[in-house]
Design a protein around this ligand. Structure first.
Ligand code: WTA
Length: 646
């Protein structure tokens, strides 16, 4: 490994015009650390408050007096911040550009139109009995209605739970049940890469398994003939015609919940990550402006689906809070051709483009020609998110997509953090390919060893955060004890991210990936325990252990070791059935890439599966299996190595 990584200095013109230059960044770091109340109170003026907060920060990560509260006595409404306050000067500016799956489908929605449509949807929700505090499940494709639905909930104080369209009916049912959701908003179908996603049919199947949902609002997107359950289902257009386009934004306390978003952890079922009104919106807006050095009028495109946190914070809330034009894309990077991303950039004159390394790696494989066939001269800045970006993909992004002229912001964050925490700032931070560089103001990082000992200087270990920031999640919905246990008990007094990290001599941070049983497949978080539970539901399966392995495109692939019941014959048909089982239980995104039949799994004498060994076999690091002598039966390892699936 080279000790002197290449450095891309801040371009002089960017330093001169940026919201935050190097000196500004250093000053903000100190102000946020030393006088947090004064600093964040001043920054909070970026939002439109009905009552400006006088209490700013009230936080303790300790068990005795554990609490996380920001802007507590402030009152505001998220949808008013994202829409109404822009109307006086921006009513006719585009708020949302929608680009459909087919290149012939696109639409511009102005702030004025956004106001009208969100108010109507909010009134439809109210007319159908949805009240402040109720949980509304949103299962929609990437269409403008997804943003309307989120903002309509925010307008009336309902709490949304958006579920990615790639999740199965079982997953939907589990999430509806967990948060006690009473209302669902869906569409007939979604379109991805020329294929249809049966959203309404999935909701129908989910609702066979869970009770408590009184209404399903159906948006006609493809016009497909889908089931309609009288008394339960409501046609959106019919409902919208019955209500007015005026809806007063509900005054909300800063700490009132805004949304729940389910995410995978190392144990159990996905957790309902809860974000609140004031702190979350503030952080989405503040980081969107700083990290992307956003200026009014620019077209901003985050390719993430609204089903993930990136789509929440940088597809909808951050950009709209800042009066931006945000692009929502329903399709995929390789349809109809592998030039699609770059064509969309030219078509809509995108200035800032934010995507995931997995997409870049898959496009990189197609060579430079599909990129070079397009102009991309509108672009000003590139961003990356979701997983570590390998320096090779970084350079391709920089040189080929950005023609060597655009900075790349590699942004590290999590569903739990609400918005970006570690990232270069375009006017302040020199870039090193593969490093998310430095923490934002107010983000206090620490690298610790396995015992929690603090590591100083250039080092590598587990990444913790020692103080709160406004966008931090507030609880696991319905299980506050699990929130504390998961994040604050491993290293008392600190938030543990679950990520490994290296810090170099310049104080740059390099995320090395998860150190827990979470894997990152194409930028999607997956709990190995969830995939295991899905596999063992099959009648022929006795036991399963799932680990990640390096995958050229996806970052990590899913490798499953499966022990069959006595007498069951391992066949290809069974392998196919098991993959189908996981797709059914969780969704297509969780389908294992590799299934290896394992007559036995390596276990300690107390019966604990030694995942470290399984990981090494999956990674084909057979020389690094370590000490296997403590295993109950060391011979199982020989068998697994011998029969390693390619
Ligand atoms: C990983 C997505 C390296 C990390 C916003 C984290 C990253 C998990 C980066 C959260 C990055 C995200 N570099 N790793 N720039 N961004 N990660 O909750 O392991 O879907 O813990 O949030 O993705 O995934 P989540």
């Amino acid at each position: 490994m080279s000790t002197e990584p290449e450095i891309y200095p801040v371009p002089a013109d960017l330093a001169a015009r940026a919201h935050m230059d190097r000196a500004g960044y250093e000053a903000a770091r100190i102000a946020a650390r030393e006088t947090p109340d004064a600093y964040w109170s001043e920054q909070a003026k970026r939002l439109d408050w009905m009552t400006f907060p006088s209490k700013i920060k009230d936080v303790s990560f300790n068990k005795e007096d554990f609490r996380i509260r920001w802007f507590e006595d402030g009152v505001l409404n998220v949808s008013a911040n994202c829409i109404d306050r822009h109307l006086p000067h921006r009513e006719n500016d585009t708020a949302i550009i929608w680009e459909g799956d087919e290149p012939t489908d696109s639409e511009h929605v102005t702030y004025g139109q956004l106001h009208e449509r969100v108010c109507r949807m909010a009134n439809v929700l109210k007319a159908n009995g949805v009240r402040k505090g109720d949980r509304v499940t949103i299962y929609l494709p990437m269409i403008p209605e997804a943003a309307y639905a989120m903002l309509a909930c925010a307008r009336i104080g309902a709490v949304h739970s958006v579920i990615f369209g790639g999740f199965s009916p079982d997953s939907i049912a589990g999430r509806i049940e967990d948060c006690g959701s009473t209302f669902v908003i869906t569409a007939d179908e979604g379109c991805r890469g020329g294929k249809k996603v049966p959203l309404k049919a999935n909701v129908d199947k989910a609702l066979e398994k869970v009770s408590g949902v009184d209404g399903v609002l159906l948006i006609r997107h493809t016009g497909a003939d889908v089931g309609f359950v009288e008394g339960r289902d409501r046609d959106y257009e019919t409902e919208a015609a019955k209500v007015t386009a005026h809806c007063h934004p509900e005054p909300m306390q800063a700490e009132d919940p805004l949304f729940i978003l389910y995410t995978s952890g190392s144990t159990g079922k996905p957790k309902g990550v809860l974000h609140t009104t004031g702190g979350y919106l503030f952080w989405a807006s503040y980081t969107h402006e700083l990290v992307f050095d956003y200026r009014p009028g620019e077209v901003f495109w985050c390719t993430a689906d609204v089903g993930w946190v990136t789509g929440h914070s940088y597809g909808v809330y951050g950009p709209l809070a800042n009066g931006a034009t945000t692009l929502l894309f329903e399709g995929v990077p390789n349809y109809p051709t592998v030039s699609r991303f770059w064509e969309v950039i030219d078509k809509h004159k995108v200035e800032i483009f934010y995507t995931a390394p997995t997409a870049l790696r898959s496009l990189m494989r197609e060579g430079d020609a599909p990129v070079k066939a397009t102009s991309r001269k509108s672009l000003r800045l590139l961003g990356s998110v979701g997983e570590p970006i390998n320096p090779e993909a970084w350079r391709w992004y920089h040189e080929v997509v950005g023609d060597g002229r655009l900075p790349i912001v590699d942004t590290w964050w999590q569903t739990e953090t609400g918005g970006v925490l570690i990232s270069p700032l375009p006017g302040a931070t020199d870039l090193k390919p593969g490093s998310a560089t430095k923490p934002l103001p107010g983000v206090e990082l620490q690298i610790v060893d396995a015992e929690g000992g603090v590591l100083e200087g250039a080092t590598e270990g587990n990444l913790c955060i020692t103080d709160s920031w406004p966008g931090q999640m507030r609880t696991v919905y319905g299980d506050h004890a699990r929130f504390f246990e998961t994040y604050f008990s491993t290293y008392p007094g600190k938030y543990f991210t679950g990520d490994g990290c290296r810090r170099d001599a310049d104080g740059y941070y390099w995320i090395t990936g998860r150190v827990d049983d979470v894997i990152n497949v194409s930028g999607h978080r997956m709990g190995t325990a969830e995939v295991e539970s899905a596999l063992v539901l099959h009648d022929d399966v006795a036991e399963a252990a799932v680990v990640g392995f390096p995958h050229d495109i996806k970052g990590q692939g899913i490798y499953a070791y499966v022990t069959l019941n006595k007498g069951v014959v391992a066949t290809d048909a069974l392998r196919t059935a098991l993959v189908a089982q996981v797709r059914l239980e969780i969704g297509p995104i969780a389908a294992p890439d590799v299934i290896q039949w394992a007559p036995g799994l390596p276990k300690t004498r107390s019966g604990k599966i030694m995942r470290r060994i399984l990981r090494k076999i999956a990674e084909n690091e057979l020389g690094a299996l370590g000490d296997t002598s403590t295993l109950a039966d060391p011979s199982v390892v020989d068998d697994l190595v011998k029969n390693r699936a390619a």
